[in-house]
Every structure is written in C-alpha cells, then in structure tokens.
Write a protein that binds this ligand. Structure first.
Ligand SMILES: Cc1ncc(COP(=O)(O)O)c(C=O)c1O
Length: 264
C-alpha cells in the first residue's frame, strides 16, 4: 500500500467493521448496502462486491468469534485534494480478535457518561462511516475508567447524537426514539436492523432530536453496534435507568439469530 494513499493522506475513504461468528461475516448485505451508499455519496469507484465477499469469507473461515475491518479508499493520486480521474480504489481487509467485554454488560447493562467534545455539523458526511474519526479519538480520550463503557456525544446545538462507537436508542413514554443523523453521526448497520425489528413487532419508533435532559429522563436507553449488538444502559452520568425490557428482548433475538458478538 502506498504512503500516498488518500485514505492515509486525507481520510478519503470509508470503512466497515463486521462481526465474524462461526467462521462467517455477519449482516454482510447490510454492510455492503451502507458501503455502496457511502461510495455513491463520495463518488468513489464502486466496490467489487463479489470479490470482497469472497475475500471476507476466506478471512473469516475458521474464526469462531472475530472482527473483520474493511477499509475502502480512493487510492493514490490527484493534485492536492482534487480527486484523481479516474480513481483506482484501494481495499484492505483485516481480521482482529473479538473484543472481550464483561458478560454483565449485556445482562446488567453498562455505565455511560456524557463527553465534553461536541460533534461538528456536516450534512455532506452525516451518516457515513468515513475514515475521518478524530472526533471519536478525542472523545474516547476523555475517560480512562474501565467501568465506563461508553460516552455520549452531543452536537453544537445540544442534540444528543450517538456514542463514541455506537448508536443510541431511548424509550420515552411509549415511543422508541433514536437521534436523527442528518448533520452528524454514523448510520449504524445495527441501528437499521433494530428499526426494522421494531417495525416488524409493531413498536412505534421515530427519529428525533433528543436533548441531554430527554435522555436523562428516558425510561430505557440502549447502545448498539455491529459487534456488541445491544448494550442496555444501567446508568447515565450516575443516574440509574429504571428499565431494560426492550434491550433484553433485542439481545435474546440477536443472540438466537447469531448476528453479532453477544456472549452465549
Ligand atoms: C461513531 C459510531 N457510531 C455508530 C456506530 C455503529 O455502527 P454499526 O452499527 O454499523 O456498527 C459505530 C460503530 O463502530 C461508530 O463508530
């Protein structure tokens, strides 16, 4: 790989983090759909999906529980920031060991804080899993206490957007709410799966602008991503959450369907 790759030089690219379970990449079609959508928005060359799938399966084979990371960049070239025409995209596939989180983070829930860092608004990039992750790097450096599983990020208008590595859901009244991601945030593959699940089970859900006090008053909160599936929130900024019912149902469902790295 060239040191001149635009992924390294400018963060000019996208990535996917995929759970490997029982030797297979999980939620593959959803990861590809998001990659495809990102590629269109950034005007990157279309990914060779059949080859990518074959490479991902080869890397996953034999791994009981692991993580597959796919980087897809605009490759080398262009004058300064100006993208090369045509671009020759570069892809990198990496397999990592599965993260070892305590099983209690699923059964009892996690303790969560608010981060001080504010996410910038950028509609042109909102929702994408692009390679520029300095906001998350700074936010994750805000705490070292291993008992705190995640930090929530607000934007400059005071709207809660997501966690440093997860999306957020809140049960307020009888509605399931998740932040709108039209100015900031990553539109998670697991978030999309959960919204479809909610629709299937007749749960009312909405994308909403949620403030810090909205989430502090929620009956239930949970965090989601492709690896963890769902973590119920046990406490936020020291305040205990009274319920975990929807998260518990989701965990049972995701575990039975073997879609992510929930411990057995
Ligand atoms: C900032 C951020 N938001 C949301 C997510 C959830 O995305 P997904 O469900 O596709 O894993 C991630 C995943 O790593 C993330 O880093």
């Amino acid at each position: 790989m060239s040191v001149l790759d635009r992924g390294l030089q400018y963060g000019d690219g996208l990535f996917e983090t995929v759970a490997i379970l029982d030797g297979e990449p999980r939620l593959w079609e959803r990861h590809m759909a998001r990659l495809r959508a990102g590629v269109e928005r950034l005007a990157l060359p279309p990914p060779p999906e059949a080859e990518l799938h074959e490479e991902a399966c080869r890397l996953s084979a034999g791994s009981g529980r692991a993580v597959l990371k796919i980087l897809y960049t605009r490759g080398v070239g262009g004058r300064g920031f100006r993208p090369p025409e045509p671009a020759r995209a570069m892809r990198i596939l990496m397999r990592f060991e599965a993260p070892e989180y305590p099983a209690a983070w699923w059964s009892q829930g996690v303790d969560v804080r608010f981060c001080d860092l504010r996410l910038g608004a950028q509609p042109a990039l909102a929702g994408l899993k692009h390679l520029n992750r300095l906001e998350q790097v700074l936010a994750r450096a805000e705490w070292t206490d291993p008992a705190i599983a995640e930090g929530l990020l607000l934007d400059n208008n005071g709207a809660v957007i997501e966690g440093t590595q997860s999306n957020l859901f809140a049960v307020i009244g009888d509605r399931l709410l998740t932040p709108v991601l039209d100015e900031a945030g990553v539109a998670g593959v697991m978030r999309a799966w959960i919204l479809e699940w909610a629709a299937l089970f007749g749960l009312n859900w909405e994308e909403a602008r949620l403030t810090r006090s909205d989430v502090l008053e929620a009956r239930e909160l949970f965090l989601t991503n492709s690896l963890i599936g769902v973590w119920p929130v046990r406490s936020l900024a020291g305040r205990r959450l009274p319920e975990r019912g929807i998260a518990r149902e989701l965990i049972a469902c995701l575990r039975a369907a073997r879609l992510c790295l929930i411990p057995d």
